[in-house]
Design a protein around this ligand. Structure first.
Ligand code: FAD
Ligand code: NA7
Length: 484
């Protein structure tokens, strides 16, 4: 007789991926339970249902980026005839409104699970064996649940530097969006997109922010574009300390933080800050959940789950989202993979998640959006003679009246000459890059060639239209800069 389990499916983790998979599986008739539990950050920050994106990621990040943009827009408004008066920023009001919005989303997710008949447990789940999890709630009460299948979607958490004071005297993205008081003068350690975004909005809100980087900005992204983002930030008030590795963080008598770092020449230097924010990468939540009792294999290098599509090395255990090895750590990726997996498991679908050509945007003070290959990856893959790069610096019309910088915005298409000049890399630094990039992602999924871009009629006057008029290639040696 077939084994009888409590549930058809137990989803571990109620973030972007877990919620999507649980809801879609339940819609298709599966009996589903979902466990979500937030272990507090080292300084005790906690949050509700919904995972990283909603509580301590995309959502508060974009809102605070927007808060900073409002300051810039207010400054620009003078040139457009507005008398704006004194401008001050109230951190507490911003945080309160951001947190209220987040609470409304937390609530919405809970009621959605209820209306989809997904059993929600606010408990931490650990595998006891390959078909059983032990769930512990905040009071320490435990329940054991069994299921025919499991989806692990436990996401990741910020990594802390292994140096004296590295955890005790720092905060991370887990804390910054709910700080009761403004962070003040802030050191952001790391040159990840999260570090640059945080340093960017802190600067934009009128505080001093410094990025401490040990090597390159935005590792993994097109380095020319990363350089443009960094240059813009430097010209707009964010400081950068380069080639520096932090070695110690200690409190001062005044309650500030003294940070010591080592420079590449072996010398040391130090600075004193109100807040030290670490953004040196994220660790997957795969080590405390009893995977050793299931046979699910992890990559020794990344600690992430090795999977084919979303199938782990154990046939009835699946994984989605940030814990998947070699996949982009992005909310829409987790959502899409969760939905498609549920449809394959319970809806007879065969459609697999396509992890290629996933668009993304870094919401730095000047936004950077990209799809597909960076210039350096394309050259590595196809060889320099087979790759053309079309590019142009540009100045958005909106920037002319307030006389904002020339040649700060940049459009770049990387094309494969061996394949009808197909566009294999799309890169834009400029206002609204997120919006621009999303639209072009559809074109690239359709395999758009450079000719298709050229045949497309622009919308004037916009940033996006730059991509319909790119003429200069890097190989031509002609200037891509626009005068004045
Ligand atoms: P998560 O959303 O992290 O959810 C995992 C959940 O599982 C958490 O609630 C966790 O507490 C819970 N959990 C863990 N272990 C257990 C257990 N044993 N039992 C029960 N529950 C458990 N992505 C974008 O697309 N755009 C952005 O602009 C963007 N900005 C970001 C900014 C920041 C600061 C950060 C940190 C991330 C950002 N991301 C962004 C990435 C995005 O947040 C993640 O890719 C996404 O949340 C991953 O979803 P997930 O389902 O894999 O995991
Ligand atoms: P990433 O992309 O993993 O970047 C981590 C950053 O932190 C990077 O700049 C590192 O510098 C830096 N780093 C790492 N360890 C240290 C220490 N010990 N001291 C100082 N600096 C350090 O971080 P994210 O988590 O933000 O990004 C996650 C994903 O999003 C990733 O897959 C990206 O593709 C997109 P380094 O460059 O190694 O010198």
């Amino acid at each position: 007789a077939p084994h009888s389990y409590d549930y058809d499916l137990i989803v571990i983790g109620g973030g972007s991926g877990g919620l999507s998979c649980a809801k879609n599986a339940a819609k298709l008739g599966a009996k589903v339970a979902l466990c979500d539990f937030v272990q507090p950050s080292p300084i005790g920050t906690k949050w509700g249902l919904g995972g990283t994106c909603v509580n301590v990621g995309c959502i508060p990040k974009k809102l605070m980026h927007q808060a900073a943009m409002h300051g810039e827009a207010a400054a620009d408004a003078e040139a457009f005839g507005w008398d704006m008066g004194a401008r001050t920023h109230n951190w507490e009001r911003m945080v309160e409104n951001v947190q209220m919005h987040i609470k409304s989303i937390n609530f919405g997710y809970r009621s959605e699970l209820m209306s989809e008949s997904v059993k929600y447990l606010n408990s931490y789940a650990v595998f006891k064996d390959a078909h059983t999890v032990q769930c512990t709630d905040k009071k320490g009460a435990t329940t054991e649940l069994t299921a025919a299948r499991f989806v692990i979607a436990t996401g990741g958490r910020p990594r802390y530097p292994d140096i004296p004071g590295g955890k005790e005297h720092t905060i991370s993205s887990d804390d910054v969006f709910s700080l009761a008081a403004p962070p003040g003068e802030t050191l952001c350690i790391g040159a990840s997109y999260i570090s640059l975004e945080c340093a960017g909005f802190i600067t934009g809100l009128g505080m001093r922010a410094t990025v401490l980087m040990r090597s390159i900005p935005l590792r993994g992204f097109d380095q020319q574009m990363a350089g443009l983002v960094k240059k813009y930030m430097q010209e707009h008030g964010t400081a950068f300390i380069e080639g520096a590795v932090p070695t110690r963080i200690e409190p001062t008598a005044e309650g500030r933080k003294r940070v010591t770092w080592e420079l590449s020449d072996g010398s040391t230097a130090e600075g004193v800050y109100d807040t030290v924010l670490v953004a040196i990468g994220r660790d997957p939540e795969t080590h405390k959940i009893g995977l050793d009792r299931t046979g699910v294999q992890l990559s020794p290098k990344s600690g992430k789950v090795i999977a084919v599509d979303e199938q782990t090395s154990v046939p009835h255990i699946y994984a989605i989202g940030d814990i998947l090895d070699g996949r982009p750590e992005l909310t829409p990726v987790a959502i899409q993979a969760g939905k498609l997996l549920a449809r394959r498991l319970y809806g007879g679908s065969t459609k697999r998640m396509d992890y290629n050509l996933v668009p993304t945007t870094v919401f730095a003070p000047i936004e950077y959006g990209c799809i597909g290959f960076s210039e350096e990856e394309a050259i590595l893959r196809f060889g320099e003679p087979n790759v053309d790069v079309y590019h142009a610096f540009f100045k958005p019309l909106e920037w002319t009246l307030p006389h904002r910088g020339d040649n700060a915005c940049y459009a770049k298409l990387v094309v494969n000459k061996l394949d009808s000049e197909r566009v294999i890399g799309f890169h834009v630094v400029g206002p609204g890059a997120g919006e621009v990039t999303q639209g072009f992602a559809v074109a690239m999924r359709c395999g758009a060639t450079k000719e298709a871009f050229d045949d497309t009629v622009g919308i004037h006057p916009t940033v996006a239209e730059e991509f319909t008029t790119l003429k200069v290639t890097k190989a031509s040696g002609e200037s891509a800069e626009k005068a004045g």
